[in-house]
Unconditional design. Sequence first.
Length: 70
Amino acid sequence: MIMEAEHDSKLAGHFGTYKTIGRVRAHFYWPKMDENITEYVRSSDVGQRNKVFRYKKYRLLEALEFPIRP
């Protein structure tokens, strides 16, 4: 319930792992808390669907032009 409140609520805004750990750590503690939160954020359905990739889309390789002479 704690992880859901800090990660999934509309006010939380589906932050990533580090921000969610910080928000939970401000009020709670339990053994292996970081591992539990990391796994919860990774398995979040909304986060996986709305993830922004910061690299260009992959495409097919193009052949290089060979020089005719040196």
